[in-house]
Design a protein around this ligand. Sequence first.
Ligand SMILES: *Cc1c(COP(=O)(O)O)cnc(C)c1O
Length: 383
Amino acid sequence: MTADTPHRPETIAAGALGYEDAGSGAIIPPIQPSTTYVRDPDNAYRRGRVYARADNPTFDPAAQTVTALEGGADTLLFASGMAAATAVFQALDPGDHVLVPEIMYWSLRNWLHGPAVRWGLRVQGVDMSDTAAVRAAIRPGETKVIWVETPANPLWSVTDLAAVAEIAHAAGARLAVDSTVATPVHTRPLSLGADIVMHAATKYLNGHSDVVAGTLTTAVKDEFWARVKAVQAQQGGILGSFEAWLLQRGLRTLFARVRWQSAAALDLAERLSAHPAVSAVLYPGLPGFPGHDVAAKQMQGGFGGMLSVRVRAGTEAAIATAANVRIWRRATSLGGVESLIEHRSSVEGPTSPIPGDLLRLSVGLEAVDDLYDDLDAALRTTG
Ligand SMILES: *Cc1c(COP(=O)(O)O)cnc(C)c1O
């Protein structure tokens, strides 16, 4: 960022860092599909780019915008959120110990307890909403990464990032945070002491359900970051040019979208809390929610667009509710402009720790009264 770059995050996101094409004056960054770059006559690469597995100027607008929004030193764009998250663990050595949430994004949980363990990582689950439990589980000198997701799928439990960062650093470990649901609109984990922040950019950062992408942003460009970069450059989990371009376009409306979605989610959470067919609403913005005080401390301007409801009449009624909505789309994923509803325990299968009566809701940009009326009608048909 240069000294005259605007520093307020809304301005950074909206303005794509003030891009201007030197030749044409165009204000929208171009798509560069080239896979290779010309060498100087003496065989150096003074312009800094060699080959497109690691280098692509089309990555820059989105990567630099995320770096600025997160207050970091560098950002890498990955082919998916999973490619980003797994790169952090693949930068570790066999035998390293990592602490991960007991309940978290399902696919990453499966990867950690499957392939990561087979590759020699010692993976230990812990209740990340319980700071004392994290302190008891950490092994100074052996634990290399604490991985946190907050609010965490799909119960939206909240981790105190500043407290866990302190525990990590006292033990010589790094704190990496999956901040997909909070987004930089509400939380900046690096400012609370985290070392790396990850986003499934497939979700809110792009925001239109038309790109699969992931990001990692580091607080400092250190030796560990060099290892993460090498994992990406060697394994090639990079974004395509067109996807990187779409991502920078999506980022420009991030603040408007997420603020709308968070306000609508809070409104729905409050109304659904009073619904006779709903036994519980899980949402960090509700004062009665266990993680509410921590969320209020570390989330600014809202609590995100994700909530879950538990249907009083049980599993069959929850499935029937999802079957009977008309506006909510019955689909996985989150963070797009269209509202999505999902029965997580049938998606995750018999080993899922998620209650059968739970429906996960991703709030989009539709009129909130329509969203409520649609859910209300579907809940009423199931008693
Ligand atoms: C979707 C998601 C991921 C994985 O991202 P992909 O782009 O689907 O690979 C990781 N964490 C969270 C919280 C997610 O919602």
